[in-house]
Design a protein around this ligand. Sequence first.
Ligand code: B1M
Length: 636
Amino acid sequence: MTYKERMLKAARGEMPDLLPYIPRIDLWHAANFRAGTLPAQHRGRTAYEISRAEGWGLMTASVDFTYQFSPDALLHRALGTYALKEQVFKFVFSPRVDIRVKEEGDRTFVEYHTPKGMVRTCKVYSEEMRRGGVSIHWVEDHLIKKPEDYRVAACLFENIDLVPHYDSFLRWEKEVGEDGLCAAWLAGAASPMHHIQKYFLDATEFFFHYHDHQREMRALAEAMAPLYEKALKIIAESPALAVNWGGNYDEVITYPPYFEKELLPWIQKASAAMEAKGKLVFCHCDGENQGLLDLIRDSGMHVAESVCPYPMTKVKVEDYYRHWADRLTIMGGVPSNMLLPSSAGEEEFLAYLDNLFRAIAPGKRFILGVADTTPRDAEFSRLVRIGEIVQARGRLPLEGGAARPFTEAALRQAAARVTPQAETEELFKTVQDAVLNGEEKEIQTHIGELIRKGVEAKSILQKGLIAAMEIIGPRFKAGEVFIPEVLLSSRAMNEGLKILEPHLSEDEKKKEGKIILGTVKGDLHDIGKNLVAMMLRGIGFEVVDLGINVPAEEFVKQVREQNADILGLSALLTTTMPEMKKIIQTLDQRGLRKKVKIMVGGAPVNQRFAQEIGADGYGHDAVAAVELAKGLMGVH
Ligand code: B1M
């Protein structure tokens, strides 16, 4: 059986002969090829050649930005209108749109002059990013900057057409042959609204606009919908047997009610359209999926691709299999940190595989791979070892026995909900409610009223504002409220503080402590870090946010100058985690280590790593980060 046949069978819920093993190695390859550090036996080879030489399938189910035919494939990155080999159409701009492009070093500025005005974007792709194994270009200046931009963006999209174009897809399919299943791609978003979220606004800003400018946003989504409809028709009629429809779903970013309202109908629509033509729908489910398990399972998609289980995320591989495998095929299963000796020792790696092979028996609806992708510093021999184990033990049906039992205790834990006690005086209820409901305007009135009544500013701060933030944290952790609520509450809290501040004495204004916060060098993920910053501010810390991609020297400089109590480091990539160690070492060498407490966090970071690098603490999520910061300050 060929890899293509195995994938088709696995995706359709039939039993292939062997567990398909298709590790994604594009970024690992690009970084090591550049650095001249590919394994000796593979020097000079392409990623496809290496996979073939090792007997693995080719990862062609998800987009590979590192390998494209068109030099301008990513020019319109900030619009999400690429020109990729994975596409079976071309985006065609009408002559009514005048496009002006300017390159400056690593930056590409693009202006779109439409009949209704101009919008502009800027993307960055640096040598450092290439070397680090990053394929996604960073959008530095987003399309939507102010509410008026929505109208222009809508006009822009009304002036973009899609025309069928199979040439590059067919060329790619020919190159892949029977060694993989080539999936077509639209833009990596599941729906027009998801497209707006992923491309047009900064990740945090999106949630504010989603609340404040819902009408304008929806009008833009409606203006984009015909393109999405047309893409579906073209893909359905095209030679592609599968489509990868949207991705980066995550229980925080695409939180359940939002997913259900804005993404699900389009995934269902895509699945129905493809199914009518005997085609398959893959979705790139590389995020934290715990809160989305049912929604994804029932969405109609055929394959959840890039599934990244515990210990990188909350859901264990056995729980995925138990929950999904009766109707949804899982692709992925090996979290990328299992390939890094610095994150997982040899024993842990082997134990993980051992468990995986037991957990996914009989092996139906499973395509084994690395989720999301093999990191630059991965131990190549581990990828090879997985391939050998598949050859030795991967005949289907697997003989591993039943999946590990799902313990009652784990079920109870997952269902546990924190019920916060809002035991506060009635007097402060209006302020608390305004924070909890994210009412940034009303809060000013409520605080004004209390001040006029002669209520102490300090009490309003502690029993109104801070007490409300202490309620929202556990609610977020318990899954009772989602990221927009937290962000809107933090915004309301800050508005309230502005009114209160002139009435607080210098002593009362004193913050819980001062924290320097940033995402380390080479890393552009900032959603989690921003959330941590907002919650720390909400609870009374002064936060100096240095942003993303912050070099060690900058952290050191800030520690020297800011007189802060805590340094907070965030990293979302296994390849950038070592930066944290470097920063701590540099602080040590400069005699500054004792000046601050250091806390670290981010999806791949854990307590063990924090201890190893000499940090003072690790925060699993934003709520834990706040608790940790209070603990480090000696406040409980
Ligand atoms: Co990226 N990405 N990404 N990505 N991305 C991950 C991180 C990944 C784990 C996906 C996966 O494998 N399943 C994977 C890393 C794998 C690895 O390193 N082994 C990955 C990859 C590979 C990449 C690229 C390399 C992909 C590429 O180029 N093809 C690239 C790298 C770019 C770069 O940084 N140089 C890339 C790019 C992107 C996007 C731009 C598309 C986008 C980021 C948008 C943005 O941040 N503005 C993105 C996204 C969205 C993700 C996932 C899907 C979601 C991350 C997120 O925002 N989660 C992510 C999957 C995952 O994490 N499982 C993934 C929501 C957020 C609230 O949670 O950030 O974990 P989180 O923050 C939490 C806690 O971690 C903690 O509190 C936060 C709030 O509760 N926390 C702290 C965070 N910082 C803390 C600091 C503290 C304490 C707690 O103290 C100081």
